[in-house]
Ligand binder design. Structure first.
Ligand code: MLT
Ligand code: ZN
Length: 459
C-alpha cells in the first residue's frame, strides 16, 4: 500500500475548473464496457487544460505514480481499467471544440469531446466526420485515437487514423508534443502521430487533435438482406459492391437478432433466417433492385427490407448496433478478430468448426464488419455456469483461435485494442521481435513506465 499521495503539490499547479476526486467519487472510473472488473483508483484527476495534463504527468514522473488515461470508458478490452494504486486521468473536462475550418475541412478539438459532438459540429457546417459506432454518444476523440477506433463505416472511410491530421500529446516524461500540425504533406522523418494512434495510452496522453472532415455524403439507402447461410455473406458483398457505392456492410446471425429483439427491437422478417446483412449505400434505386434480383435468383438472398425513410433506416441500424448492449447483461466473452476480407469465407469455416467442437452448450453469437474482414464473436455460457470455468474455457479456445489466426496472418484485435484482456494472445499476431521493438519505443516515450502500466504488453 502506497503512502498518502503528495496531492497538495499538484493542486497548487492545476487550473480553475480541474478536479481531484477521491474515494467513492472514483467508483465510476473503475471499469469500462468490457467485463474486466477493475479496482477503484486511489485518485481520479480531471484536468481542465493542456497545461494541467503536463503538470499531472510531471508530478507523476517525480513521484513514480502510475497513470491511467481515461476517455469515455466505452472500451471493450480493459484498456482504461485501473488498479487501486493507479491514478486515473480523465479528459472529460477538456471537451471544447477549438476551431472548425470548413474551407480546409478540419476541426480542432480537445481530447474529451464526444464522437457525436464532433459529428454534429461537422454536420452543422455541411460536412461529415465519418468515424462512427454505436458508442458515439459516450466515446471520446482521445480514446478513439488511443485505440484507432473503427466502427461501421470503415469500408468507405477508413479508421480513426485516417482522420487525424495532427495531434497534441503529453509524453510519459511530461513533454508536450505537437505532431504533424494538420499538414497534408510532411516528409520530414518518422510520423510519430501514427505511432500514437492505437498506442492505448501507453506512450502518453492525447490532449488535442485536428481532425479531417469529409464532404457530406449523398442520400443513403439502408437495406437488410436475409441469407440462407453464413457461407454466402461474401457473395452478397461482392455483388453489391460491384454496382453500389457501399458505406457499410454489416453482418449478424439470427442468434444476435434474437437478443436485440428480446431487448425491444422489432423483428424485421416474419420468419427467421440463419444470418443477415445490413448494407448502406449511395441512393441508386435501379442498381439496388438489379443487385437484389440477381442475388435472389441465385439463392444468395431469401428476403429483404429496404428502409423507406430515416426512421426505418434507424430501425434497421438498431438491429445491428443494438447487439452489444442487448448482450451486455449476459457478460459475454468477446472476440474481435480480423483477416483479409477475401479470407473471410474460409476463416469463418475454420472458426465455426473450432467453436462447434470447443464450445458445446455455449451460445456463439456472430456479427461484425465483414466488409473489413472484422468479425465479432461473443460467447455466452448457459445460465448458472460458473464464471471461472467459463473464462478458463474461453482462454483455452482463444489460444486455439490464435493459432488459426496465425495460419491466416490475421489479428487477435481488429478494433477493440489489446488492453488487459487480449495480452496473452498478442503473440499470435505480433512476433516477439516486433513486441520487443514496441517495448523499446514505450521506454523512449515513457522512461519511468508510468503510462497505463500493464496494458497492451504481455506481463
Ligand atoms: C460493434 O461493432 O458493435 C462493436 O465493436 C462492439 C462489440 O463488438 O461488441
Ligand atoms: Zn465493431
Amino acid at each position: 500500500m502506497r503512502a498518502e499521495l503528495p496531492t497538495a503539490e499538484l493542486e497548487s499547479r492545476l487550473s480553475f475548473g480541474s478536479a481531484i476526486l477521491r474515494g467513492a467519487d472514483c467508483e465510476v472510473y473503475r471499469s469500462d464496457w468490457s467485463s474486466v472488473a477493475g479496482e477503484i483508483p486511489v485518485l481520479s484527476i480531471l484536468p481542465a487544460s493542456v497545461e494541467d495534463v503536463v503538470a499531472v504527468v510531471r508530478w507523476a514522473v517525480r513521484h513514480a505514480i502510475p497513470l491511467v488515461p481515461s476517455g469515455g470508458r466505452t472500451g471493450l478490452s480493459g484498456g482504461a481499467t485501473p488498479r487501486s494504486c493507479d491514478v486515473v486521468v480523465s479528459l472529460e473536462r477538456m471537451r471544447r471544440i477549438l476551431a472548425v475550418d470548413a474551407e480546409q475541412r478540419t476541426m480542432t478539438v480537445e481530447a474529451g469531446v464526444a464522437t457525436q459532438v464532433v459529428q454534429d459540429a461537422a454536420a452543422a457546417h455541411g460536412l461529415l466526420y465519418p468515424v462512427d459506432f454505436a458508442s458515439r454518444g459516450s466515446s471520446q476523440i482521445g480514446g478513439n485515437i488511443a485505440t484507432n477506433a473503427g466502427g461501421i463505416r470503415v469500408l468507405k472511410y477508413g479508421l480513426t487514423r485516417d482522420w487525424v491530421a495532427g495531434l497534441k500529446m503529453v509524453t510519459g516524461s511530461g513533454e508536450l508534443l505537437e505532431l504533424n500540425r494538420g499538414l497534408i504533406k510532411n516528409a520530414s522523418g518518422y510520423d510519430l502521430r501514427h505511432l500514437v494512434v492505437g498506442s492505448e495510452g501507453t506512450l502518453g496522453i492525447v490532449v488535442e487533435a485536428t481532425l479531417k472532415l469529409a464532404a457530406a455524403p449523398p442520400p443513403q439507402q439502408v437495406l437488410l438482406l436475409a441469407l440462407p447461410a453464413m457461407s454466402m455473406v461474401m457473395q452478397a458483398y461482392a455483388r453489391l459492391r460491384r454496382t453500389l457505392s457501399l458505406s457499410a456492410f454489416e453482418f449478424f446471425t439470427q442468434a444476435a437478432l434474437e437478443h436485440v429483439v428480446a431487448a425491444g427491437a422489432r423483428a424485421p422478417f416474419a420468419s427467421p433466417s440463419p444470418c443477415y446483412v445490413l448494407a448502406e449505400f449511395d441512393h441508386d434505386e435501379a442498381a439496388m433492385s438489379a443487385a437484389f434480383e440477381e442475388l435472389a435468383a441465385s439463392g444468395v438472398v431469401t428476403d429483404a427490407v429496404l428502409a423507406k425513410n430515416n426512421a426505418e433506416a434507424s430501425g434497421l441500424w438498431r438491429l445491428r448496433e443494438g447487439i452489444t448492449e442487448s448482450l451486455s447483461h449476459r457478460k459475454p466473452y468477446k472476440n474481435d478478430v480480423s483477416v483479409r476480407p477475401g479470407q473471410i469465407p474460409s476463416f469463418m469455416l475454420r472458426m465455426d468448426k473450432l467453436f462447434g467442437a470447443e464450445y458445446p452448450g455455449f451460445e456463439v453469437i456472430w456479427f461484425g464488419h465483414v466488409g473489413d474482414g472484422n468479425l465479432h464473436i461473443s460467447i455466452i455460457p448457459p445460465a448458472g455456469y460458473p464464471r471461472e470455468a467459463f473464462l478458463a474455457q474461453c482462454d483455452r479456445v482463444t489460444h486455439m483461435l490464435g493459432g488459426v489466426l496465425q495460419d491466416f496472418g490475421g489479428s487477435i484485435s481488429a478494433e477493440h485494442g489489446i488492453g488487459l484482456l487480449k495480452r496473452p494472445y498478442l503473440r499470435y499476431t505480433r512476433p516477439s521481435a516486433e513486441v520487443e521493438l514496441m517495448r523499446q519505443m514505450k521506454h523512449v516515450f515513457d522512461p519511468k513506465g508510468i503510462m497505463n502500466p500493464g496494458k497492451l504488453f504481455p506481463p
